[in-house]
Design a protein around this ligand. Structure first.
Ligand code: NAD
Length: 497
């Protein structure tokens, strides 16, 4: 069971780590609140999980995909029943408010039901042959054991973006949640068990970086899907490439929202507050750069300040809380350090800039919503992912300049443009180097049936979500069926010269 004592889940059984060692998960809003102790898994535990996944693969891949889809339907049903329970546990463990964690679980439910439908449409291509009496088609085959390594900030939704398409496609998985959200990962795996996923198809190993590394290094892990920082992604990619493992990387962002002088400023302000300060700015798609036309700069900055200063900070399971804590002390140190970086670079801290104190905040990693103005595109606060409630404002004079600034960073995940001008909107869709562009909406708001992912340092060309993710979890086999009864040579027998 996913209850204390917390264990790994290998081959359908809840088991401790081989070493018996554990690590703690604590509530980031109330550090005195211990969520639990979780197994610290070694390469030995990973090897056991991989072996279980390998053993389960044959029977699972041979189960018809619509039947696998029926199991995912049950997964969605159980998650629907447990939505509030799982969301409260997530809020306790990783801090975002209950209304946000409910959205996280709903995304997982949507992903389960979408996977169910994919069970009946794992399509290939049927195309004409260039020869007579010959039939050509492609079919999808599962890959084998997939290693899933995830970040803490969407501790249920993001693992399901990987786990559900992986198993629907006939693969088996070894899942390592973030060491900052192990309980959320365990609750997800508990749902899988209760839905009747056969032993060995989904395995859970808890632990930190070294546990993830053991998954990446294991030669029987055929594919690795990773969500986390670009730095970790680079390390994983190097290891995986050396042994030719398939790898999908979803990494950091420095997402711009462009607000032009013709924008609806109320709409833009609402989107900026949600984009920059939702999840305490700890989303890969968080709005971290506001690129604003000089004509509306001052007014928009004032509106953001007025609204952001009313946000209620606190423990996300308490009523009325709009913004939770940062995830841990390391994150609090990192965000705090960027206040000095901003000052040294010549930016102005127009709002916030300090850890948040006050009743109910003394035992957590709270930071005030922060706004940097007088930012130029070359400053570190305009280029680096801070991963906190921090928005850097860059003033521009034209739409061309806005696009240029938007593209002038290493990352390329999400982007937003606020304008009433349809030609600007379409130019943004065409010209912004990002995997996602929203017109008149914030940089956040992924839907389960739409592809999700980024370009440049954010990703390596794969997508999660939508049907595109099924390309990652399947190999294409090209099938030729010659019913002519004779030898037919492509490219040769149809041509005289
Ligand atoms: P992180 O890179 O520190 O950790 C991510 C995962 O990788 C964790 O499970 C961790 O234990 C594991 N890990 C660490 N070192 C490893 C190694 N050497 N080998 C294998 N696994 C290892 O990231 P984080 O702090 O948990 O998450 C924040 C980052 O994730 C941000 O950069 C954010 O933008 C990004 N993120 C991206 C997306 C996306 O879809 N693009 C979604 C959510 C978060």
């Amino acid at each position: 069971m996913a209850d204390a004592p917390f264990l790994n889940y290998i081959n359908g059984a809840w088991v401790p780590s081989a070493s018996g060692e554990t690590f703690e998960s604590r509530n980031p809003a109330r550090q005195s609140d211990l969520v639990g102790e979780f197994p610290s898994s070694s390469a030995e535990d990973v090897a056991n999980a991989v072996e279980a996944a390998k053993d389960a693969f044959d029977a699972w891949r041979l189960m018809p995909a619509p039947k696998r889809g029926e199991i995912l339907k049950r997964v969605g049903d159980i998650m629907t029943e447990r939505k509030a329970e799982i969301a409260h546990a997530m809020t306790r463990e990783m801090g975002k408010p209950f209304f946000e964690t409910k959205g996280d679980v709903q995304e997982a439910i949507d992903t389960a039901y979408y996977a169910m439908t994919m069970g009946r449409q794992l399509f290939g291509h049927t195309v004409p042959s260039e020869m007579n009496n010959k039939f050509n088609m492609t079919v999808r085959r599962p890959i084998g054991v997939c290693g899933l390594i995830t970040a803490w900030n969407f501790p249920v939704a993001v693992p399901t973006w990987k786990m559900f398409p992986a198993i629907l496609s006939g693969n088996t998985v070894v899942f390592k949640p973030s060491e900052d959200a192990p309980h959320s990962g365990a609750l997800l795996v508990q749902v899988m068990e209760d839905a009747g996923v056969p032993a060995g198809v989904v395995n859970l190993v808890q632990g930190a970086g070294p546990t993830g590394r053991a998954i990446v290094e294991h030669t029987d892990v055929a594919a690795i899907s990773f969500t986390g920082s670009s730095e970790t992604g680079s390390r994983i990619a190097a290891t995986a490439a050396a042994r030719h493992a398939r790898i999908s990387l979803e990494m950091g962002g420095k997402n711009p929202a462009i607000v032009m002088e013709d924008a609806d400023l109320d709409l833009a302000m609402e989107g900026l507050i949600w984009g920059a300060y939702g999840t305490t700015g700890q989303r890969c798609t968080a709005t971290s750069r506001l690129i604003v036309h000089e004509d509306v700069h001052d007014e928009l900055v004032e509106r953001i300040k007025a609204k952001a200063s009313t946000l209620t900070l606190g423990y996300g399971n308490d009523d009325g809380v709009e913004m939770g804590p940062l995830i841990n002390s390391k994150a609090l140190d990192k965000v705090t350090t960027y206040m000095d970086v901003a000052r040294e670079d010549g930016a102005t801290i127009a709002m916030g800039g300090t850890p948040a104190t006050g009743d109910g905040l003394e035992d957590g990693f709270f930071f005030n919503p922060t706004l940097f103005t007088d930012v130029t595109r070359d400053m570190r606060v305009a280029r680096e992912e801070i991963f906190g409630p921090v928005l850097s404002v860059i003033k521009i004079k034209s739409f061309d300049e806005a696009i240029e600034v938007a593209n002038d960073v290493a990352y390329g995940l999400s982007s937003a443009v606020y304008t009433q001008d349809i030609s600007r909107a379409f130019r943004a869709l065409r010209d912004i180097d990002a995997g996602i562009t929203y017109i008149n909406g914030p940089t956040i708001g992924a839907e389960a049936h739409m592809s999700f992912g980024g370009v440049k340092a954010t990703g390596n060309g794969h997508r999660e979500g939508g049907w595109e993710v099924y390309d990652f979890y399947t190999e294409t086999k090209t099938c030729y069926i010659d019913f002519s009864g004779g030898l037919q040579r492509a490219q040769i027998d149809n041509y005289d010269d």
